[in-house]
Write a protein that binds this ligand. Sequence first.
Ligand code: PEP
Length: 255
Amino acid sequence: MAKKIIIGNWKMNPASLKEAILLVSSIKKGKAADKNEIVLCPPSVYLSDVVKILSSGKHGIKIGAQDCFYEEKGAFTGEVSPIMFKTVGAKYVIIGHSERRALGETNESINKKIKLSFKKGIKVILCVGESERDETGQYFRFIETQIKSALLGINKSYFKDLIIAYEPIWAIGKNAQKSCDPKDIKEMSLFIKKVLAEISSREIGLKATVIYGGSVDVKNATQIVSEGEVDGLLIGRASLDAKKFLGIINSVSSI
Ligand code: PEP
């Protein structure tokens, strides 16, 4: 099986640095060496400490930020730039998560954040996803618009550093009834690759990294990756429990 990427988005968790250190230490201890890429995205305030814990050993775990700002530095109270994340060891940044979009993030600011992150050498995990599915398939147009506006004016040479995370909002978080059906994930993944091919080239579209997020757990992870034919997973809740997260990593490794 080709290399997969499994990303843990801790969101605004855990509540203390002590717990964050415990969580990353347990994941590091339990992670067997394999070819898959594991990325942890802790709250930015814990980032340096998490990097420190991961600085030894052959675990291959990388670090990402959960968001960034679109300016390098300056008078932007409360914001953190991609270059700052890079200097403390982050290799990835999540941009356009639905929870940030719900707080007012626009396609325009997402586009600016992606541009700066690429320019500064940070890989981008762009989240897209519809809030509901309609009978006529309008949600495909919605995803197309999210992708095209997020990548507007971005040089195609950066697309190798892009991961698109398909995260249907209705399948995310504790209020979700279930994850998306693997056959629908496969259909959307192909659609996303087609959209990328349209704005770049057939080759880039075919090679694009598309992952899935939304109510992934130990029970459904392998089915989603194999039947959904995705390049990896973005995990929310289950990434906060070392046993569950390691269980997902190990089950994907065994495919
Ligand atoms: C998410 O919010 O990105 C996510 C995938 O959450 P969960 O796994 O908890 O559904």
